[in-house]
Design a binder for this molecule. Structure first.
Ligand SMILES: CC(C)(COP(=O)(O)OP(=O)(O)OC[C@H]1O[C@@H](n2cnc3c(N)ncnc32)[C@H](O)[C@@H]1OP(=O)(O)O)[C@@H](O)C(=O)NCCC(=O)NCCS
Length: 208
């Protein structure tokens, strides 16, 4: 049984906590968050401030349970945790083809489907009921939101956020640090640092 400490205690963390409870494969041992002022313990789970990450290193496997890509990335890069310290959590109700490669720290959430030939990087989120079709390549620190559908052979580059309920047509690349607005349909490649919305998705602003 993998003993897990989650970093982050917001809404996204709550869903991961429920995922951990549903299986004997993992057990939740602790939660670290900026908002926790002093150490407490409830039902075998400790709560501590996130500045204490290093104190727990080596004893537990970590997941950074923060939905925002930039914040998640900053927390990981600021810490001294290495790949060996992280674990991926795959919900029991997700359907993941056996050949799929999944990086450390990635979470695959309830009802998500990940089909053959897909590769998912580190510290990414495949959220509730998202569909990652065959031969997709998803980089590190990506968030595929609830109900989004990536058709076959889509590439999503680092730190991109695909919004809830959006659709990406086959053979498309979404470059890094981009945001796809909720409900959008992406019909062509999207440049890095873009914010796009609508059907078909069009750029409304640039990110720094
Ligand atoms: C695209 C998005 C990032 C834009 O946020 P923002 O930078 O704060 O932009 P604004 O809210 O100021 O909107 C700018 C314009 O785009 C429009 N717009 C925003 N999101 C849109 C969307 N998803 N589809 C269509 N139009 C959208 C707004 O109506 C506004 O239009 P206006 O100028 O004519 O009034 C955000 O609206 C969004 O869709 N985020 C995805 C959220 C999500 O799926 N989260 C899942 C978490 S699990």
């Amino acid at each position: 049984m993998t003993e897990i400490v989650l970093i982050g205690n917001g809404g996204h963390s709550k869903v991961i906590q429920a995922m951990i409870e549903r299986t004997d494969e993992y057990v939740l041992r602790g939660i670290l968050d900026d908002s926790i002022e002093k150490y407490t313990e409830t039902n075998g789970v400790f709560y501590d401030n996130s500045n204490t990450i290093e104190d727990y290193k080596g004893n537990y496997s970590f997941v950074v349970a923060i939905g925002d890509n930039e914040t998640r990335k900053n927390v990981i890069e600021k810490s001294t945790l290495t790949d060996n310290d992280f674990v991926s959590v795959l919900d029991t109700t997700s359907i993941i083809s056996p050949d799929v490669q999944i990086g450390v720290g990635t979470v695959i959430m309830p009802g998500a489907v990940v089909n053959p030939g897909a590769k998912i990087g580190k510290h990414s989120i495949i959220n509730t009921r998202a569909v990652v079709e065959h031969d997709n390549t998803i980089d590190d620190f990506v968030h595929i939101s609830p109900g989004a559908t990536l058709a076959g052979t889509v590439t999503v580059k680092e730190a991109t956020h695909v919004g809830a309920g959006s659709t990406v047509i086959p053979n498309t690349t979404i470059h890094q640090n981009t945001v796809i607005g909720a409900g959008s349909v992406v019909t062509h490649d999207i440049q890095h640092n873009s914010v796009v919305v609508g059907v078909p998705a069009k750029v409304i602003k640039r990110r720094s």
